[in-house]
Structures are given as structure tokens and as C-alpha cells.
Design a protein around this ligand. Structure first.
Ligand SMILES: [Mn+2]
Length: 355
């Protein structure tokens, strides 16, 4: 008999241990919330899966802690994530900034810069009650609160909410597990992006054990597409462009597209994956004409291009691999300008075989 086989990379319990800085931040948050009843929960405009999942989970966790949570988002809850809205979740979004007046504290999720709160930005700035931020973006100059639990190494804000729950010994019920799974699944692009870590898979394993059915979640999130959404995609695909020399690919959506097909902005999520999927693409761009002299541009990197820094050239920002900016001008004009700047920014691709 030879030496016993060893498996040094098997997952170990410390994969699920809460990092010390996150544990301390979670305890500080619980401390600040103690004795406060009505806790507002909010997230960025046009909430995505991480935002909705984190909000839904946090609302139920705060209820467990004995608080009266209240969701106040800057834009309406996207219908695709309606399945996360448990009966216990109070959504006061329709009351706008007025709903912030009655709070004893505010928890801001998945937001690095206060301006991401849209129409709630000013009211949040003036808030006299404690403001708490849980987020995984690169920090900016004006966070939406003074007490931060933030870590760009987290794959999703949902991972930090899981850390919060673990630190405080809260129960991960099946609805909470579904909310956190939605957050992690969507922010990792279905466990495909570079932010997919052994730890996020380990957390997902815990969430499956807590009752999440992955096929049901897949169907709800990725296989519930309306026909009109696909018709809009059909039109958008006509605009696909590719610059092989620089490794840049792009797609555009015109201002009238949403009305023509009666779809909402959330139906455009993921469109950038099409140019991004073209072989040799280092930088993918998605141009959406908002119709009032502004174009929303999404930047996606497939590797080493830092699109957070690139977006800042246009007054935007985000992550190194995913960012955005709002740019003044017509669609053709903005597209030409951004592509020209992108060619400059990324430089000419090295010939194959030279790195
Ligand atoms: Mn996120």
C-alpha cells in the first residue's frame, strides 16, 4: 500500500468562515440598529438580481431581528423578481422620498455612490438617522452612508448579506436562500464571470441545502422571456459591430425600441453579452439611446481592460469588468466618439502568440 491519497483542494469549513473585517462590520451594524424599529432598505436605480435579492433577504433578516423593515427603492421593483416578494416584505417605493421621513435607520444595498439612488439621493443626503451601506463595488468619494460593510472581493452584495446573517446567527429560511441565490447567480452571470470564487460556490451549496431548487430558479430568471423581448433583440442584433484589430465589439438599441415592443429597460439586461461573446473581444459596448439627447453606455471587459477607469473618462464608473456612463449626444455621435476613445484606450491587439 502506498501513501494515502491527499486532496489538498477539497472545500473546507473555513471557506464559509466570515472574514474578520466583515464580521466586525456586521456586529457594528446590529449594534447601531438595536432599539430602532422602522428600518428602510433601498438599492440602486433599475435594481438587478443582486439588488433585489439582497433587499428581499435583508428585509426578512431584519424582521427576524425584531425590526420593522420597509423597502423604499428609487425605481419600481422589476416584475421578473416578483417571486422574491414574500408577503412579509413591505414595499413603500411608490411613496418616493416621503417614505424616508418615517425611518429610524436606512440600509443601502449594492450602492457605492449615493447618486445611484436616483430620485432618493437628496433625501438620503439629508437623512438624520443612521445610514448603513452593504456593498461590493469599488468605493467612491460619496458613499450613501457612514457605516460601511463593503468588500469588492465579494462576488455579490448577496454574499455580504449572507455574511451578515451568519455573523448574527440568523436563520436562512428557504425564501431568504432563494433571494441570496438570485443575488449570487445573477451577479456572477450564472457562475461564469471572473468574480465566481470557491466561496461563492460554497455559499450556493449552503443555499441549495436550505431549499433552493436550481432548476426552478434558472427557469424564473433566465427562461421566462417574453416574445417581444426577443423581437427587440432581433432588431438590436442588426446593429452589432466588431473591430478585430482592437478587440472591440458593440451593439445599440434605438430610442423607440422599448415603446415599439412595449418592453421595459430591464428587458435590455444581458444584451451586451452578444457583442461580448464575439471571439477576440476585449471590450464590449452597449449603447442605449434614451431619446432626450442622452445615451446610456454599458462597458464590459472580457479580461485585462479596466472599464471602470475607461467609464470615468465619460463621467461614469462601476467595476473593473463592468461599468457604465450616461453621455450627452445622439446615438450615432456618441457611438463614434466612444469607439474612437476605446480604440485609443485599449491599443492595438498584440499579434496572436505574442501575449
Ligand atoms: Mn452587485
Amino acid at each position: 500500500m502506498g501513501a494515502p491519497l491527499r486532496f489538498p483542494h477539497l472545500p473546507t469549513p473555513d471557506l464559509l468562515a466570515v472574514p474578520e473585517d466583515r464580521r466586525r462590520a456586521a456586529l457594528a451594524i446590529a449594534d447601531v440598529l438595536r432599539g430602532r424599529r422602522v428600518i428602510g432598505i433601498t438599492t440602486h436605480i433599475n435594481a438587478d438580481g443582486d439588488a433585489c435579492g439582497s433587499v428581499a433577504a435583508m428585509s426578512q433578516l431584519l424582521s427576524q431581528m425584531g425590526h420593522a423593515p420597509r423597502v423604499v427603492n428609487p425605481t419600481p421593483w422589476p416584475s421578473i423578481f416578483d417571486f422574491l416578494l414574500e408577503a412579509s416584505i413591505q414595499d413603500h417605493t411608490r411613496h418616493g422620498a416621503r417614505a424616508l421621513k418615517e425611518l429610524d435607520a436606512l440600509v443601502v444595498l449594492d450602492v457605492s455612490d449615493i447618486s445611484r439612488l436616483g430620485q432618493l439621493t437628496e433625501a438620503t443626503r439629508k437623512l438624520a438617522v443612521p445610514r448603513i451601506v452593504i456593498d461590493h463595488h469599488v468605493p467612491t468619494d460619496e458613499p450613501a452612508g457612514e457605516l460601511l460593510m463593503d468588500d469588492p472581493r465579494a462576488c455579490a452584495t448577496g454574499e455580504l448579506v449572507w455574511d451578515f446573517a451568519m455573523t448574527l446567527g440568523l436563520e436562512i429560511t428557504t425564501p431568504i436562500a432563494e433571494a441570496l441565490y438570485t443575488a449570487i447567480l445573477t451577479d456572477t452571470g450564472g457562475f461564469r464571470y471572473a468574480n465566481t470564487t470557491p466561496r461563492c460556490h460554497a455559499i450556493a451549496a449552503h443555499l441549495l441545502s436550505a431549499g433552493v431548487d436550481p432548476e426552478t430558479m434558472f427557469r424564473r430568471i433566465y427562461a421566462s422571456v417574453s416574445p417581444n423581448r426577443l423581437f427587440l433583440l432581433r432588431d438590436a442584433l442588426h446593429s452589432i459591430g466588431h473591430d478585430a484589430e482592437h478587440g472591440i465589439s458593440w451593439i445599440s438599441v434605438t430610442a423607440d425600441a422599448l415603446d415599439r415592443y412595449d418592453v421595459s429597460p430591464e428587458d435590455l439586461d444581458g444584451i451586451v453579452e452578444h457583442p461580448r461573446s464575439i471571439i477576440g473581444t476585449r471590450l464590449a459596448l452597449f449603447f442605449r439611446d434614451l431619446g432626450y439627447g442622452k445615451v446610456k453606455v454599458s462597458f464590459r471587459s472580457t479580461g485585462t481592460v479596466d472599464v471602470n477607469r475607461f467609464a470615468r473618462e465619460f463621467g461614469g464608473g462601476g467595476h473593473a469588468k463592468a461599468s457604465g456612463a450616461l453621455i450627452t449626444g445622439g446615438l450615432d455621435d456618441v457611438r463614434d466618439r466612444v469607439i474612437a476613445a476605446a480604440r485609443e484606450y485599449v491599443g492595438v491587439l498584440a499579434p496572436a502568440g505574442q501575449g
